[in-house]
Ligand binder design. Structure first.
Ligand code: HEC
Ligand code: HEC
Ligand code: HEC
Ligand code: HEC
Ligand code: HEC
Ligand code: HEC
Ligand code: HEC
Length: 486
């Protein structure tokens, strides 16, 4: 019997950086000449080997790593922007906050310099960059007791014609998606049996916004990418194989139906929400509802047993679903993280009790490879919920790249990473056209990642597993003499 796995990660999501978490970006205090110390270790991200002779600089002072990759430098108190350079590696930047008289630790994990391979896109005219909006979506195997989150995945595609100057291309083509191994989600979840109880009247195998497991994509609201939202996939292939990293094939055709280009893109989804780790093995879902009823005077268990399961967001506001909830009742994120604070370890594995998960490993992007965990970016359970009590909107205010990286590599102001667009590119007409995720992939899965399902696009067009760095992906006759972020 399937576990009471529910849903979790999902649909929407921006800045949390809870005042007080020692992360970065403290703009305050100049501190009139008072100094502190920065120290740390520089390693190779692939091998973990120490890198000696690397230079760490904050613009005015610098230090060189010793044979063990260690460095120490003094720095003016306040916010510092550091860069790390080493022969044979990409240069990278981090911000940190230094307190007078104290030592701040800043460690580095460097990625090897770009290769000199022939760029496959250089012999193509059409290029597809595609991505999933989030690094992971969650759904449930069983909806007969309750619904946290429905099946809901979202793919984006930007299309470029290298010989033309009018890219990204948003007219004169059709863009479609299809999952070769996932064509019938009704085989693997009873979602459609109960969807009407949750307020959704849907034909089987059709998602909340009317999309199925294949179809045509539409222009997004910025008219910059092609999008298919609410795709109701599950982590199971039609033959039952569990694959939370299934891929869709994207096909671009001209108006006569000739195929111009294809590419595969991962659409991550997992049901690995392990409430059963603590709510008993016989019937964890019923246990959860009985606990809820006994604490809050609800009738969720008997309603479910009478065939009328509830959606948590009927009462608890949930921005992932645009659900307002009931006045006076805590949002679902607040209720869940507050009640369960102190019940899980303050580690990524602690979060993996409910977020997917020890098998799924949804956190797999370059930051995870550099040693960062959920808590480095989101804070622990207490910080996840107290930040909400202090005004953070769940799903809409999440961490920022610029909490750690420098200001040349930041999101658009008041905008989630996944909705942000590059505005400091090497060409002024290139600004305002390319989504961050088109080059870096989704949050939690930023290239280069630990999961071989992620880099299908750079492999096909760039000939490596990196983020998109080669000008030749989109241009003929431009070479990589400029940084992508000016
Ligand atoms: C056209 C591809 C492209 C787009 C679009 C793009 N980037 Fe980048 N990004 C790069 C490349 C290439 C690098 C390597 C450093 C450089 O060239 O500046 C990079 C580096 C980074 C880094 C790492 C910086 C460091 O310290 O090493 C961050 C963070 C980043 N980008 C964030 C963003 C954000 C946020 C956006 C959207 C506002 C974005 N990128 C859009 C290509 C892109
Ligand atoms: C908690 C701090 C933190 C946050 C937040 C963060 N990063 Fe990073 N990032 C790192 C560290 C550490 C590395 C390893 C390289 C280094 O040591 O600077 C790294 C490396 C990278 C690199 C490779 C750069 C290179 O040339 O080696 C890219 C690209 C990148 N991050 C993009 C992003 C994007 C995009 C976001 C936001 C979605 C983001 N980062 C958020 C800490 C962070
Ligand atoms: C690390 C252990 C752990 C995990 C994992 C866990 N819970 Fe709990 N949960 C508890 C404990 C302990 C209680 C309180 C039991 C009691 O008081 O008898 C509880 C109680 C609850 C309650 C009742 C709270 C109330 O006041 O209404 C709900 C609802 C709940 N859990 C939902 C979930 C859901 C949904 C999941 C999976 C996403 C989950 N829990 C995962 C430990 C856990
Ligand atoms: C019919 C309305 C209703 C539904 C449906 C509902 N809840 Fe609740 N829930 C409440 C009320 C009312 C409270 C107590 C007041 C509050 O939390 O604001 C509560 C409390 C909780 C708490 C304890 C919060 C705390 O801070 O102690 C958790 C956890 C919780 N609910 C989780 C869930 C989950 C998970 C679901 C779906 C399986 C769910 N609820 C469905 C009404 C509901
Ligand atoms: C390197 C920093 C970083 C780490 C590590 C990280 N997150 Fe995130 N998280 C983010 C950012 C940035 C967003 C906002 C993404 C966006 O623009 O939608 C986010 C968003 C989310 C969301 C909202 C849905 C979404 O995907 O946008 C959830 C849920 C979440 N994170 C859970 C986790 C969990 C659980 C872990 C550990 C397993 C984790 N995160 C680790 C940076 C991080
Ligand atoms: C007991 C189960 C449970 C644990 C443990 C848990 N979460 Fe969650 N989390 C949830 C549920 C359920 C949701 C989805 C709520 C919704 O749909 O709005 C969620 C949503 C989120 C979100 C998106 C909403 C928001 O507040 O922005 C973030 C971010 C998040 N969790 C981070 C974490 C981090 C970080 C940890 C570990 C420190 C963690 N969670 C541990 C159950 C849990
Ligand atoms: C993901 C696709 C993409 C990548 C990669 C890319 N560009 Fe662009 N670039 C564009 C688009 C789109 C435009 C705008 C074309 C138009 O509509 O006029 C543009 C325009 C430009 C322009 C201004 C017009 C022109 O042709 O002179 C310059 C300069 C430029 N890019 C330089 C670069 C450089 C240098 C690189 C590599 C560091 C690069 N681009 C990588 C998509 C890309």
């Amino acid at each position: 019997m399937k576990k009471a796995s529910i849903a979790i990660c999902l649909i929407a999501a921006f800045c949390l950086m809870l005042g007080g978490v020692a992360l970065a970006g403290d703009k305050g205090s100049g501190g009139g000449g008072s100094t502190g110390t920065i120290s740390g270790t520089v390693k190779d991200i692939n091998t973990g080997a120490a890198i000696s002779g690397a230079t760490i600089s904050n613009g005015s002072a610098s230090a060189t790593t010793d044979a063990n990759g260690n460095y120490t430098m003094s720095a003016t108190a306040g916010s510092n922007t550091l860069s790390a350079s080493a022969s044979g590696y990409q240069q990278t930047w981090q911000v940190c906050s230094v307190t007078a008289g104290q030592t701040t630790s800043v460690n580095w994990s460097l990625t090897k310099a770009y290769g000199s391979q022939t760029i496959p896109a250089a012999s193509m005219d059409w290029v597809i960059l595609g991505w999933n909006d989030l690094g992971m979506h969650c759904d449930q195997d069983d909806y007969s007791y309750f619904c946290v989150l429905p099946p809901f995945n979202t793919l984006h595609v930007q299309v470029f014609q290298r010989s033309s100057k009018s890219s990204p291309v948003m007219s004169g083509i059709t863009v479609s998606y299809a999952f070769a191994k996932k064509t019938d989600s009704t085989l693997h979840t009873n979602f459609w049996t109960y969807a009407s109880n949750f307020g959704w009247n849907l034909a089987p195998n059709v998602g909340l916004t009317g999309n199925g497991l294949s179809g045509d994509m539409k222009a997004d609201s910025n008219n910059l990418s092609w999008v298919a939202d609410g795709i109701p996939i599950t982590p199971y292939d039609d033959d039952g194989t569990w694959d939370p990293y299934g891929t869709a094939t994207i096909t671009v055709k001209d108006s006569s139906g000739n195929v111009l280009q294809t590419a595969d893109v991962v659409a991550p989804v997992s049901t690995e929400m392990m409430c059963s780790n603590c709510h008993g093995t016989s019937n964890p879902q019923l246990d959860i509802l009985q606990e809820h009823d006994s604490y809050n005077g609800t009738t969720l268990a008997s309603d479910a047993q009478a065939g009328k399961p509830h959606r948590c967001s009927e009462c608890h506001a949930d921005n992932a679903l645009g659900a307002p909830g009931q006045p006076g009742v805590e949002s679902l994120s607040l209720a869940m993280h507050k009640f369960h604070a102190g019940k899980v370890a303050a580690t990524t594995d602690g979060c993996y009790n409910c977020h997917p998960g020890s098998k799924t490993q949804c956190l797999r992007g370059i930051m995870e490879r550099a040693g960062k965990g959920c808590i480095d970016c989101h804070g622990d359970m207490n910080q996840v919920y107290t930040s909400i009590q202090n005004g953070r909107s769940p799903w809409l205010n999440e961490p920022k790249c610029a909490n750690c990286h420098d200001s040349k590599h930041q999101e658009n102001s008041n905008t989630l990473y996944r909705n942000s667009i590059l505005n400091n590119s090497p060409g002024s007409s290139m600004n305002g056209k390319l989504y961050c995720e088109a080059c870096h992939n989704s949050t939690h899965a930023e290239l280069t990642t630990a999961n071989s399902a992620d880099p299908t696009i750079p492999q096909k067009f760039q000939g490596d597993n990196y983020w998109i760095w080669s000008c030749q992906i989109c241009h003929t006759g431009k070479t990589n003499t400029a940084a992508m972020h000016k």
